[in-house]
Design a protein around this ligand. Sequence first.
Ligand code: IFM
Length: 428
Amino acid sequence: MFLWGTATAAYQIEGAVTEDGRGVSIWDTFSHEPGRTRDGHTGDVACDHYHRWPEDIALMSGLGVNAYRFSIAWPRVQPTGTGEANPKGLDFYERLVDGLLDAGITPAPTLFHWDLPQALQDRGGWMNRDTSQYFAEYAAIVADRLSDRVKMWITLNEPFIHMAYGYGLGIHAPGQALLLDALPVAHHQLLGHGLAVQALRASGAEQVLITNNCTPVRPGSDSEADRAAADAYDALHNRLFNDPVLLGTYPDLSAYGVEMDVRDGDLDVISAPLDGLGVNYYNPTRIGAPTDDGLPFTDLGITGHPTTAFGWPVVPDGLRELLVGLRDRYGAALPPIHITENGCSTEDTLDDQDRIAFLDGHLTALDQAGAEGVDVRGYFVWSLLDNFEWAEGYHQRFGLVQVDFDTQRRTPRASYTWLRNRLSPDAS
Ligand code: IFM
């Protein structure tokens, strides 16, 4: 069965950050520091999904989707990231999973969508190799409680963005600007992924995926310098996260003078077979030769296309290009693909024709990739609800459903009705 779903993440929608024993996450800390997020917005309340999840499941049922990708907040399950589980945290996810199953919706939880327990950050976060092992222990706790009902698991969400924005540039939590010295964060997340796969398999998990956000990379010109920079960017953004998982190797990054502490056996753990690759696609990237900011490339931006409210270029064919490129690069090593996120921010209007055009274009591109032989098994819209868009706070509206953050009133947008009719044309 093809999975049609919507996607969300815990810190972006749940709120209730001090309820039922939840510990502090790096995003609680970061968002409360002055100047870190636009207008000082935090996820303290967000969409209050922690209390309003039945209404949100009803919205999904009304939309006609058969799957839901959400994330589990590690600090709800283990408030300080290690040790005893917090039963009330697990109870919440059990209620959510049972509610989804009752509604005929397949739950697809992600175990880590950037909300690391602050106590682990205090020990170095993902710069510390020990975090990989702690992540596997957390995965085992969650799987022991839920794997009798949850069949599909995603270990990490977008480890590239977490490394680059959180540890490389400092624009996401934990707010460190280490540039290329952040590269150990890639290896430790991937090792955590591999160890979590072992824990999930031991609990009987049927389907395990990782979600990488991938971008087709285009050189700014045909010059050798631009092409070399584009290759470097492709290595850092795409191949650094796909190659070890699918091929058991890292791209050669020695030119950047950064050594990762890869120990014997690590790559065997990281490359254990998966049942699918989660792919998040938003836009392609155009890269030129480096300037002098310490990085081996410059992001030139894509021009000549419409843009989202965020200013991101809308290039639906980039999705087809990306998927065909993955198939060509990884061949038989590529498991079935799930598009675990795709969507756009628009102005805060109920008549969101831009989002309809975005989704229509990307679903056409998905069909074309299928016609070219790419095995795609699922598509999840980002996002069900307007939510806390990280450093942008509540200023970027990604929802099929509008949220009034003063009243928590949810109002389906035109795109919700459009998607419902596309998924179930006979029901309208
Ligand atoms: O909101 C994010 C999500 O958390 C991860 N992928 C991209 C989305 C839009 O920026």
